[in-house]
Design a binder for this molecule. Structure first.
Ligand SMILES: [Zn+2]
Length: 164
């Protein structure tokens, strides 16, 4: 897919706030060197924030993840398909996933996952797991039978859905 890149001025306007808030967050000990800005279809900034992993003791507090969470709350929607993400660094697979769950179609990023790895933030265990080259990091064990209580959730879900 090819994209016409936003103008340098537009990119400055979106990356600038993410960089600023990330630097402030790093200095305050809030989290790592990652920031993100989420912009709506009008070109307005919905949120611009940095990594909150340390401040919130939240392993999932990556900037893009928190941006999606906060934007969904702020806009009271689970659908951010009209929003564009601007990330200071290439999002990890978790954040790629949450952007996709929210329907985001475009993400511009500056630094790469290699840059992150060079600075002690490698996400290669995730990338290798997902591409199947190294699945030793997590045992995912499917219980084929014996969990009727879990299966009953589907029954209840369908019953509830049928009423609506
Ligand atoms: Zn991430």
């Amino acid at each position: 897919m090819t994209h016409t890149l936003p103008s340098a001025e537009v990119l400055d306007g979106y990356f600038g706030p993410a960089v600023e808030v990330t630097l402030a967050g790093m200095r305050a000990g809030d989290g790592g060197p990652f920031g993100a800005t989420l912009v709506n279809s009008e070109g307005e900034i919905v949120v611009a924030l940095g990594n909150t992993v340390l401040r919130e003791t939240d392993i999932s507090g990556h900037a893009e993840m928190v941006a999606v969470r906060e934007a969904c709350k702020k806009l009271n929607t689970l659908d951010l398909s009209d929003c564009v993400m601007y990330a200071t660094c290439e999002p990890c697979p978790m954040c790629v996933a949450v952007m996709m769950w929210a329907g985001i179609k475009t993400c511009y990023y500056a630094s790469t996952h290699v840059d992150a790895g060079d600075n002690g933030f490698s996400d290669m265990h995730l990338r290798n797991y997902l591409d199947g080259s190294d699945t030793s990091t997590l045992d995912m064990v499917h219980l084929g039978e014996g969990r009727e209580d879990c299966a009953s959730i589907w029954t209840e879900f369908q019953a509830l859905n049928a009423q609506n």
